[in-house]
Design a protein around this ligand. Structure first.
Ligand code: ARG
Length: 464
């Protein structure tokens, strides 16, 4: 007989049971469900809604169930539909009538809302240190390559000289935003739906402040009971934030893949983070980066599926909402799988600055510097731009670089060129002199690395 069997004359069809059940995937909420029930029972006792003896029996019973689940001694069944009914049924089997009093002034809509919220909160809290560790690995690498000149790109065309350190720090800054986005999300969701009951609150004198505090919801109970059981914004926000994080990892992966191709060879991945080919003996493939790029698609898909489930749902709870859990679990599991592997890949990669430097020699990436040189000598920038464009055209014809030209050749284009032009065109100088705030000059990348390290320390402290 089902927990809700009273109103029914017939058994549920077997296929309906199969469609209806969520225990196959929501069993991972057992800890949250037990914590929620314990807080609820404690509150019922304090408010005089159920006897204190029953509260004690419920607490002991739930502790026993928790220990047994953890020891692998509990078998959940689809007959009891979901984690909430499985645990309640088990409790009643173990402690009798006291177990039947637990569900006073509560509903499963309440339970799923509070359990899932606690689960998401906890998982996001555990993802933050993983991002911080990736940022630490980026600092370690960047610190060593502050003088490593490489071409910066736009349109994947060589554009202007930067350093490898500056390129890595660009990602480190994106990850700062990912961390603070997750912190914001945790902060916003940190209010308790428990006590919303089915949708309309209850006639019992419950204390929602008490259960909110007991379960660590720093912002107290949710303001409106209909909203309490209907809201899945936090799950959507979690997956939006994880999608953006994955998008960053995916862009980075794309660059890793390019960088370890023979066309670039800016880096070599460690053997432990590469894979081989079954037929081509020479191959060393960047599968980690490719999989992270690929798995980004599934996290986006997870977000889209819940957005689609939620659109058009009337208030309050609808069973459609049972579809909220699998995409969130998948998105979280995927991110948790990708992050530490990605960090290991970054931490162990071998950087080949000589190849970056060689690439910087081709593609006229000091052309802007050449125009700036003429501008500083008095030529209006737009004229300098055209003059250097002309120079570049002639160089491409003759297969030379700007710095290959002699002073005499340069002077035929403009009398403003003098001996100091060669220092101005030197790639190391070009990068080093970009000392504007946030640029590739060493003082600036040092400032950035220090900033990221302070950020890591501050946010680690916040997590503790
Ligand atoms: N298993 C359900 C879910 O995951 C729990 C809530 C069920 N509520 C209900 N009114 N049927 O959404």
């Amino acid at each position: 007989m089902k927990l809700w069997g009273g109103r029914f004359q017939k058994e549920t069809d077997e296929l309906v049971n199969e469609l209806n059940e969520s225990i196959s995937f929501d069993q991972r909420l057992y800890r949250q469900d037990i914590a929620g029930s314990k807080a609820h029972a404690e509150m019922l006792g304090k408010q005089g809604i159920i006897p204190q003896d029953d509260v004690a029996a419920i607490q002991a019973g739930l502790d026993g169930i928790l220990a047994d689940v953890e020891a692998g001694k509990v078998e959940f069944t689809t007959d009891n539909e979901d984690i909430h009914m499985n645990i309640e049924t088990l409790l009643t089997q173990r402690i009798g009538d006291a177990g039947k009093r637990l569900h006073t002034a509560r509903s499963r809509n309440d339970q799923v809302a509070v359990d899932f919220r606690m689960y998401v909160r906890e998982e996001l809290q555990s993802i933050i240190p993983e991002i911080l560790d990736l940022q630490a690995a980026l600092c370690e690498q960047a610190e060593q390559y502050q003088d490593a000149v490489m071409p910066g790109y736009t349109h994947l065309q060589r554009a202007q000289p930067i350093t490898f350190a500056q390129h890595l720090m660009a990602y480190a800054n994106m990850f700062c935003r990912d961390v603070t986005r997750l912190e914001d999300c945790i902060d916003r969701m940190n209010e308790s739906p428990l006590g919303s009951c089915a949708l309309a609150g209850t006639t019992y004198p419950i204390d929602r402040q008490m259960t909110a505090a007991a379960l660590g919801f720093t912002k107290g109970p949710m303001m409106n009971t209909l909203d309490g059981v209907s809201d899945r914004d936090y799950a959507l926000e979690c997956m939006s934030d994880l999608s953006i994080l994955m998008m960053h990892l995916s862009r980075f992966s794309e660059e890793i893949i390019l960088w370890c191709s023979w066309e670039f060879k800016y880096i070599e991945l460690d053997d432990a983070y590469s894979t081989g080919s079954s037929i081509m003996p020479q191959k060393k493939n960047p599968d980690v980066a490719e999989l992270v790029r690929g798995k980004t698609g599934r996290v986006y898909g997870d977000l889209m599926s819940l957005l689609t489930v939620m659109k058009g749902l009337p208030l309050a709870y609808n069973k459609d909402m049972q579809e909220d859990k699998e995409p969130v679990f998948d998105a979280i599991d995927t991110v948790r799988m990708c992050l530490p592997v990605f960090t290991g890949m970054i931490r162990t990669m071998r950087v080949l600055p000589q190849n970056m430097r060689a690439a910087a020699n081709k593609g006229f990436i000091n052309a802007t510097d050449c125009a700036d040189y003429l501008t500083k000598k008095g030529m209006p920038f737009r004229d300098a731009y055209t003059t250097v464009g002309d120079l570049v055209y002639h160089c491409t014809e003759s297969g030379k670089t700007l710095e290959d030209l002699t002073l005499e050749e340069l002077k035929t284009i403009s009398p403003l060129f003098e001996e100091d032009v060669f220092a101005a065109l030197n790639m190391e100088n070009c990068a080093a002199q970009r000392a504007s705030f946030g640029g590739p000059a060493k003082a600036e990348t040092t400032r950035q690395i220090n900033y990221i390290r302070d950020f890591i320390a501050a946010h680690q402290a916040q997590e503790e």
